[in-house]
Design a binder for this molecule. Structure first.
Ligand code: FE2
Ligand code: FE2
Length: 162
């Protein structure tokens, strides 16, 4: 059974994966890319997608969706995914901040190295997290969330995350 909430989360996951793949391609280069308008746009877009994922999307999962799971005694999956959020969030904000700074004034050798290292770690952790949610979380939503609650959760998601 498909849920509205599951579909909204899935959509956001795909957007994030796409952004992470672009990031992965960018950091595969040995040298920092030259600063131009296109790069600046890409970096700003990356920063927006990352922030939306780890601020609004994570907050929705933790504050609304996981509560429904905990009420039904499903604490294992909630603990695991929340723990992963904690390890991804600071890294994603670090990459987002570096991206915005580089969009404005380009990379220095030091900021490029930091961007590459944090970016590589972020790609790994976050893709793993999303894969886990795509495999386990969406099915759990179908199993545990009744249609009425699904409606409420989906409305909340549209309102708070967009
Ligand atoms: Fe998610
Ligand atoms: Fe998550």
């Amino acid at each position: 059974m498909n849920t509205q909430t599951g579909a909204l989360l899935h959509q956001a996951h795909m957007t994030t994966i796409e952004a992470l793949q672009k990031l992965d391609e960018m950091i595969a280069a040995k040298k920092a890319p030259a600063q131009d308008d296109l790069l600046a746009r890409q970096l700003k877009q990356l920063s927006r997608t990352l922030r939306s994922e780890v601020e609004s999307h994570f907050a929705f999962e933790e504050n609304h969706l996981f509560k429904v799971f905990v009420e039904q005694g499903e604490t294992g999956i909630v603990t695991m995914l929340t723990h992963e959020h904690r390890s991804i969030l600071p890294l994603a904000l670090q990459v987002a901040d570096l991206a915005v700074a580089a969009a404005e004034s380009g990379f220095t050798d030091a900021s490029w190295t930091e961007f590459k290292d944090a970016g590589a770690e972020l790609v790994e952790r976050e893709i793993f997290h999303i894969q886990k949610e795509e495999m386990g979380l969406l099915a759990a939503i179908s199993a545990l969330v009744d249609p009425e609650t699904d409606e409420i959760l989906a409305d909340t998601y549209r309102r708070e995350v967009g």
